[in-house]
Design a protein around this ligand. Structure first.
Ligand code: SF4
Length: 325
């Protein structure tokens, strides 16, 4: 029998697997607690698991996590980047990034869901690389474990956002299964409301976010179809009106507001008229707008607006009554 990687399994999946392997279901709960509660992966150290079971467990379970390549902390804003190697079946070395973002009362981990991305958003560096692979549950959960390890004793990640490399709804099975691990009380025990799934606008899959009871963020970035289709090809398939309808349905069903990300690109999305149009578009949706001045990178073809234009855009939205983050 080929062993399964423990970190690829939700608690329910581990229970099913353990029973299939001829062991009682409660052993799954014990192992889950040891691994996620105490960080112990050596069966011989799991004191409530009989020695006679160790060979069988070693035969059916492995513990494989992505390797940390490096970890760097920014001296400017305190964010910490962790680069992880994700093994590829064809042997190509691939890496993904997880970012720890401290703020006043929370410590957020931004996780990746894919290597590369097929959504091809024009302003995005990842979007320049075609999708190379969708991450497994262990590679998503592994980002959390690696990030937790670089934190000082006693500090804990409080929030998770699926906003790193990749479109989470292009890898829904593994993303929502990893959310089960993050949420599981004997896993990481994070409230579903502390987990945010950010999409570029795969409208037909937004109900999966609603069903998972996590929070929804949408990378909006344009206040009309012409601009949005120009910078985000997904808009040609799912135009703004359908996207906003899906956001409204999510908000109505969950009672949560939706976070709308809006990247400011000089001369493309940053005019005062854009701000007014953005307000008109979103004023009937319970939402918060996160203005993100463009982070320039070579070959993007876009530039970041000046500080004055950024402030003017924000102020106009605030003046009109939008909730700006
Ligand atoms: Fe980049 Fe996200 Fe667009 Fe993919 S969906 S290209 S990761 S912005």
């Amino acid at each position: 029998m080929t062993p399964k990687n423990f970190y690829d399994l939700t608690l329910k999946e581990l229970q099913t697997y353990i029973v299939e392997c001829g062991l009682p279901r409660f052993r799954a709960n014990q192992i889950y607690r040891w691994v996620y509660g105490s960080g112990i992966t050596d069966f011989t150290q799991m004191t409530d698991i009989s020695r006679t079971l160790h060979p069988k467990l070693q035969e059916i379970l492995t513990f494989n996590l992505p390797k940390v390549v490096w970890h760097k902390q920014s001296q400017i804003d305190g964010t910490q980047k962790i680069l992880l190697e994700v093994n590829d079946p064809e042997g190509e070395q691939q890496t993904v990034e997880a970012v720890l973002i401290p703020s006043e009362n929370r410590l957020t981990l931004c996780v990746s869901s894919e290597v590369g991305c097929n959504m091809a958003c024009k302003f995005c560096y990842t979007g320049k690389q075609k999708l190379k692979r969708r991450l497994t549950v262990s590679q998503i959960v592994g980002q959390y474990i690696a990030a937790q390890k670089v934190l000082p004793e006693g500090q804990r990640i409080s929030n998770i956002v699926f906003m790193g490399m990749g479109e989470p709804l292009d890898n829904p099975d593994n993303v929502f299964r990893s959310i089960e691990v993050f949420h599981e009380p004997s896993g990481f025990n994070l409230s579903r409301k502390k987990i945010t799934v950010s999409t570029s606008g795969l409208v037909d899959l937004i109900p999966l976010v609603t069903k998972s009871k996590t929070r929804l963020a949408v990378s909006l970035n344009g206040s009309n179809d012409a601009v949005r289709s120009y910078i985000m090809p997904i808009n040609k398939k799912w135009p703004i009106a359908e996207l906003m309808k899906a956001c409204k349905e999510h908000a109505d069903e969950t009672g949560d507001s939706v976070t709308l990300e809006y990247v400011l690109l000089k001369g493309v999305t940053d005019s005062i008229e854009d701000a007014r149009e953005l307000h008109r578009l979103t004023c009937n949706l319970p939402c918060k707008i996160n203005i993100i001045p463009f982070n320039e990178h070579p070959g993007s073809g876009f530039t970041r607006p000046g500080e004055e234009a950024i402030r003017a855009f924000q102020n106009e939205l605030i003046r009109l009554g939008s909730h700006v983050l």
